[in-house]
Structures are given as C-alpha cells and as structure tokens.
Design a protein around this ligand. Structure first.
Ligand code: SF4
Length: 193
C-alpha cells in the first residue's frame, strides 16, 4: 500500500480504528530461534495454549510477518542478521525480546560477543524468564494488543544495570621497551643536529 493511500485511509476516511483492529488480530510472528527459549514458543502455539485465539499465527517468512520474536542470545555476528530480518519486514512491525538472554544477555551478560536485543532493533515488549512460560508469551501478545490499541501499560522495561564494577579492569597498554644504547646515541645525535 502506498504511503499516500495509507494516509488517506487513516486520516480522511478515518479507518485508523479498523486498521488497528485488523493489525491486532493478525499478529504473525517470525521466530528468530537462536537458543533454548524457542521451545516455549512451540508450546504457546500448541493446542494447550492455542495462541491463535489472539490472532497469533506463526509464519516462516519475514516479508509476510509483522512481529519478530527474538528467542535467545544474540551474538555480534547474529546482530547483523537480526537487523536485516527486521528491515525486510513490512510496516507496522513489532519486536518481542523473549527471555533473559535476549533482554540483557542472561547467563552470558558479561560475554565478549553477546549483545542486548534493544541495542540492535527497537523492542516493543520484553518477556522475562529463563525460559519464559507460554503464559508469559501470551501475556506479551496481550500487552502488544494494548500497545497497538493505544492503551496505557503496563510496559515493564528492564532496568539498565551498570555492569562496570563487575567486569575485570581493561588490560593495561604494553610498556614501551627501553631504548638500546645504539638507539640512544642516534636519538642524541638527532637532537644535537
Ligand atoms: S533465557 Fe534461558 S532458556 Fe532462554 S535462551 Fe537464555 S538460557 Fe536459554
């Protein structure tokens, strides 16, 4: 849909409410299963929890999805892929960061190569837990429903923790080797010239 047509439908034809209603009940997530959290999303869509009751229909291609669930750790190499996947999704699009690893690094909080999802793409809903239960995933989708509707929170954002005191000090720069007598003479000669 072109931007002009979209603006016409939303503002002039006042279809914004209908549009948002359609988006809320058509949340089609693509999974970025990088770790063990992915198992719980499978439960969420199984008959016991049946997330499709909230319009959540898992999809396999990001170009036809409007939600991405990041299920696990994102490494520096994977961050580029996550950004690429996100950019390929059509608007409006939403991101769910699932599990302690995606939210703040989890077990790998001080690893040299694990990054937090919200430093790569904007996160709409955070799901805490290790792993989060299917109920927590469904709750996240209900929170997303409310966010699309424009209802106030509760949108809990994880606290930014200053990890500096817990990390080892940065390595000191290597000491300069002492100049050899021959070098010293050369330097003195250069200084005198
Ligand atoms: S939060 Fe726990 S279950 Fe989820 S990816 Fe990390 S270690 Fe695995």
């Amino acid at each position: 849909m072109s931007q002009a047509l979209r603006e016409f439908l939303m503002k002039k034809a006042r279809l914004e409410k209908v549009f948002k209603w359609g988006v809320r009940w058509s949340l089609w997530p693509v999974h970025l299963v990088t770790s063990c959290c992915g198992v719980e999303v499978a439960h969420t869509s199984a008959p016991g929890f049946d997330a499709e009751r909230w319009g959540v229909l898992p999809f396999h291609t990001m170009r036809q999805s409007n939600v991405i669930i990041v299920e696990g750790t994102i490494t520096r190499k994977m961050a580029r892929v996550l950004r690429q996947v996100y950019e390929q999704m059509p608007e409006p699009k939403y991101v769910l960061a699932m599990g302690a690893c995606a939210v703040r690094g989890g077990l790998f909080w001080n690893s040299y190569h694990v990054v937090q999802v919200d430093t790569v793409v904007p996160v709409d809903v955070y799901i805490s837990g290790c792993p989060p239960t299917p109920e927590a995933v469904i709750r996240a989708f209900i929170m997303l429903h409310n966010k699309i509707k424009g209802k106030p929170g509760p949108y809990v954002e994880p606290v930014k923790v200053d990890l500096a005191p817990y990390l080892p000090p940065p390595p000191k720069p290597p000491a300069k080797p002492a100049p050899q007598p021959q070098q010293q003479q050369q330097q003195q000669a250069q200084a005198a010239a």
